[in-house]
Unconditional design. Sequence first.
Length: 524
Amino acid sequence: MTIRSKNLSSAIKRGLKGLPAASLALLAAGCAVGPNFVRPAAPSVRRYTEQPLPASTASADVAGGNAQRFLIGADIPAQWWRLFRSKPLDALIEEALASSPTLRAAQAALTRAKESYLASVGSFFPSLSGNLQAQRQKSSGALSGTPRAPGALYNLYYAQAQVSYVADVFGGVRRQVEESGAAVDFQRDELEAAYLTLTANVVTTTVNIASLASQLQAAKEIADVDAKIVEIVRRQVAVGAAAPPELLQQQAQLAQAQAAIPPLRKQIDQAQNLLAALTGRFPSQSPPVDISLDDLRLPSDLPLSVPSRLVEQRPDVRAATAQLHEASAAIGVATANMLPQITLTADIGTAASTTGALFSTGNGVWSIAGGLLQPIFKGGTLLHEKRAAVAAYEQAAAQYRSTVLTAFQNVADALRALTNDADALKAQRKAERTARHSLDISERQYAIGAIAYPTLLQAVLTYQQARSALAEARGARFADTAALFQALGGGWWNRPPMLAGSSQASAEGQKVATAAQLKTGATE
């Protein structure tokens, strides 16, 4: 079908003369109803903890016991886990980033939100549709005033193009697009949150496995020592050198030592299963974890963002901000639904009784119309929908506040944990060295016959227990260091977006929306 643009242009010009001047005035002076979203200001706090932080943490002369300094205002690297300087750990994280279904789902959710947003931008433009129709019908003779006459039988063919445009006078469409754009921001921040959570979980799980492995080895050695003590006391009871209650006491101690081994194995198995899931594997395909605490390096310098920057860095706070923006735009949508809607339509085409005459001169038809629809009574539906939107905004505002408080709590918890971990490690290292020194003395005394063998074994037992506690304290420092990087946002802003173009969706759509508004004469 061919429609002359000259005919369409002249038809529209003639039709526009019949539109009320008031409608055109409204079209040119439209504005978006509802609140204009304003990002909440950062909390006006100067530090994360009640008391000022020390210049550096305590140190201990053991691997992973170096002091850590807090560098106020320093930036966080995008791949912060590389500060631990462990190639096996880096490989596990790369595998997790490549295979995690949670990350893939978050990426797909972002793509969906972005495409939905771009689809909503199309509402700014007129819609054009074509219609080709053929029908055969018979008319009644009664319609022509001759009831007994046979009706006329004829064919009718239509070829028509229709243009329609809903004038966004009160900004309802703009608020809908704004709401969709905020949904893109939310999904993008959710993707960054999933990325940060995944990498932090791989680090902490790997550290946990290494720490538990050291504790398990110490627990086995403790049980072996207890078993030797039981055998010695049993022989002493047999020759009358010890009483039976003493044997029972040592057997109970052995049973307690042996009972401590299965829970550690359980924790290691569960941690390995978790690591398999994080890397996109089944438990039966769990990746080998040959990493000990000695293979990790504890970062000496810890970047610490100023509090005013935290709300911009934390993905969960940014996601809560986007939800607040969505709720704000929804109020505008609900408000616009209560106001008049102006629709402009134009049709041009041709109609004939035969296909051959369909495009002949004189068979052209056209129409142009404008309509205004004002809701009058809907049983209070629109009013209550607006009130519900306002309540949803208040809910989002409260949730945002809660998320911000949790973010600051996480940072404060991590900072206090690091300082206390350093003190605990220093104390545990001292206890371990003291136990080692006591064991050395006991070994020399036993060598010259100054003490009995059970006394030596008790010194060995004390040393093994100190070793286990030291391994746990070392693991806590690594885990809480990772927790601090996670609490501060993980440095995602120092790497390219995970989904190409996703972070620019709102900006691109806004450019399109602005251009459409300028063409139609609508202003904000």
